[in-house]
Design a protein around this ligand. Sequence first.
Ligand code: SF4
Ligand code: SF4
Length: 362
Amino acid sequence: MEYRPYGKTDAKVSVLGFGAMRFAHPEDTEDSAATVLHAFEKGVNYFDTAPGYCEDQSEIIIGRAVVEMIKSGRPFYVSTKSGGKTAGDVRRDLETSLRRLGLETIDFYHCWCVMTLEDWRNRLSGGAVREILKARDEGLIRHSVVSTHLPGPEIHHLLEDGYFEGVTLGYSAINFIYREAGIRAAADRGLGVTVMNPLGGGIIPQNEETFSFIKTNPDQSMVEAGLQFLKAQPGISTLIAGFRNRADVDDAVRAVGQDAPYPAGHMESLRRKLRDHFDRLCTVCTYCRDCPEGIEVWKYMEAANYFMIRASDTPFDRLKWHWDKKIDELDRCTQCRLCEEVCTQRLPILERFGQLRTGKPG
Ligand code: SF4
Ligand code: SF4
């Protein structure tokens, strides 16, 4: 396993991190903690969790694994988050996380998921950022970090006042042209960079025919190609993949272990292809889940991806057989545009709903 410095901190994190949001059986704490410990044995030392992951089970699972990792005497890092807007919200979340994780200090603590610049201003005026810095002074956290879905060129607004030692961003071989400015802004300031969603929410491995152009050699698997792309970028400290079980861990460890040099010119060729053919895909991040009408927007948008990637089955088949959804549900949409405001990819959701209804790509 390769280890990289996390920005200017003294932490050296494994290039492959553990995303604790996809356990196959989160209700089974022991079995899930065994998956965490399996990754630790394979050299993974960065473990990313959050209060709401796996219906609040994720921090408990990581806490169970922490007991064993401490016994090993080897270094490891735990990352968790608060999406609180006020100082009181953050303090409550932090105290709950410390208790669940069984830690006195959390290594990386996130100001979680800043969606818009207005959201950022609210976190500042509500005291959320101040409380994270206070917790660092008190020794309850070691490093202050921000995670965001702002587009690349806007990310510097979060970083310019020096509140944070690192940033966590969604980034992959198929959206990098929209996000690379954010990676650059962080690297220029000497910040650590954690990449989430490294395989585009599963779109990359599930559409090999469409995305095979990201491979640097024909024998690579799509997981290898997606992870190699990220590993080749110097500004990235760690990339967190969500693991269901030990087999997922083994696949990803094997994939990041491939040490072939990244061919000169391949990045430019990817850039051209993405710009020309794959304008903006839904990454199924589900941040649009709070539709007031209860519409599961991401399911429709994932089906709409099939227009964008020119897959053979129609979006109606996808909606019916994969998601068990009917297009008529969109009749409930009031066009309030709340989903578009929070969309991490800034997608024209209502326009795509229209395309889904007519069965014609835009
Ligand atoms: S625009 Fe429609 S789908 Fe989006 S949040 Fe509003 S009601 Fe829901
Ligand atoms: S529509 Fe946007 S917010 Fe919703 S799942 Fe897709 S990328 Fe995420």
